[in-house]
Write a protein that binds this ligand. Structure first.
Ligand code: IPE
Ligand code: IPE
Ligand code: MG
Ligand code: MG
Ligand code: MG
Length: 323
């Protein structure tokens, strides 16, 4: 067990990808922090305020969207675009689109008919704080609002907006995130293979990573070759992220996970199929492949991704200490 933790720690510590290290680590950290603040502001401005009728619905939307999430998807969008030479309001807003869809997916995911989870981001889930019907309607409204944000982007051509809408409808729809979620609900067979779960995780979690990263590439007019490498980056990052999330559910306390745990009992996750030791090797390998693809994509700010990875995957070091 300790060995697994050490492997992960090594993969985080030694696989630094700051090939193009033009900024110090401290300045990269403060850049990430300042982008996060801009994302928070844009998110808060993206919804009607909570005194706007229907008050309960808008309160529920704001509860789900503005609660303290890690904002990994919008950060990915912003830093991929930045590495491709694009930093502007449109990138931040498209990152917020990903976060809105993410928040909607979490509201639905927590419902009693799905994962039945009462705590999300250390707060009551939306259906607990409000009620189930308000939760479902607020998720639907958030999804709707996400498309509206794209349609209203400034300094983005209509053609690009249509590309983004098309990408979003595909990645969220019945061949993307929703496909993954419905497959997840019946993912309890002992015949499930690693490949089956990877396919499922690529849909339920990877789809939104794909949107966050590909939308940045579209806004930045990235070459097809860069898009191809970024797609691989996204695939392995999504797989790593979901496997880490499954580790939280099975092996962590609610206090550390900051959400209800043991929601995956009976599910054929990678952790359930392969056990914790092998799962850690698989996770290390996903992270390695994701970083290799990112290097191939040749962004100008690779050192920023060291900071982003560290902030998102540092949880694995907690796991190592506990073990
Ligand atoms: C949780 O995502 C759901 C998954 C797809 C694993 P995050 O771990 O990014 O959740 P927040 O946004 O930080 O709460
Ligand atoms: C969530 O997967 C994926 C989506 C919401 C699309 P999980 O069910 O594992 O996420 P958590 O653990 O509830 O955050
Ligand atoms: Mg779920
Ligand atoms: Mg869940
Ligand atoms: Mg989970």
């Amino acid at each position: 067990m300790l060995k697994d933790g050490v492997q992960i720690s090594q993969s985080l510590g030694q696989m630094n990808i700051h090939k193009k290290n033009t900024m110090t680590n401290e300045s990269v950290k403060s850049k990430v922090q300042s982008v996060k603040i801009q994302i928070e502001k844009a998110l808060a401005n993206s919804l009607p305020n909570e005194n706007t009728w229907p008050v309960k619905l808008h309160k529920a939307q704001r509860h789900a969207l503005l609660s303290p999430g890690k904002r990994f998807r919008p950060l990915l969008c912003c830093f991929v675009a930045s590495g491709l030479g694009k930093e502007d309001e449109a990138v931040i807003l498209v990152g917020c689109v990903a976060e809105m869809v993410h928040a909607a997916s979490l509201i639905l995911d927590d419902l009693p008919c799905m994962d039945d989870a009462d705590i999300r981001r250390n707060q009551p889930s939306t259906h607990i704080e409000f009620d189930e019907s308000t939760a479902i309607l607020s998720a639907t409204a958030l999804l709707n609002q996400a498309f509206s944000v794209i349609s209203k982007l400034n300094n983005v051509t209509d053609k690009t907006k249509v590309m983004l809408v098309d990408l979003l409808s595909h990645t969220v729809g019945s061949n993307g995130l929703i496909a993954g979620q419905i497959a997840d609900l019946s993912n309890n067979s002992s015949a499930t293979t690693l490949k089956d779960v990877e396919e499922l995780n690529t849909l339920k979690t990877g789809a939104l990573f794909d949107f966050s990263i590909e939308s940045a590439a579209i806004l930045s007019n990235a070459s097809e070759v860069k898009k191809k490498h970024l797609k691989e980056f996204s695939r392995y990052l999504g797989l790593a992220f979901q496997l880490m999330d499954d580790v939280k559910d099975k092996l962590m306390s609610q206090e550390i996970a900051e959400k209800s745990i043991n929601r995956d009992i009976g599910k054929a996750t990678i952790l359930a199929i392969k056990g914790s030791s092998l799962s850690m090797e698989i996770l290390t390998n996903y992270l390695k492949k994701s970083k290799e693809s990112l290097i191939m994509a040749d962004l100008s700010n690779l050192n920023a991704f060291d900071v982003l990875f560290e902030s998102q995957f540092s949880f694995l070091k907690t796991y190592q200490k506990i073990k």
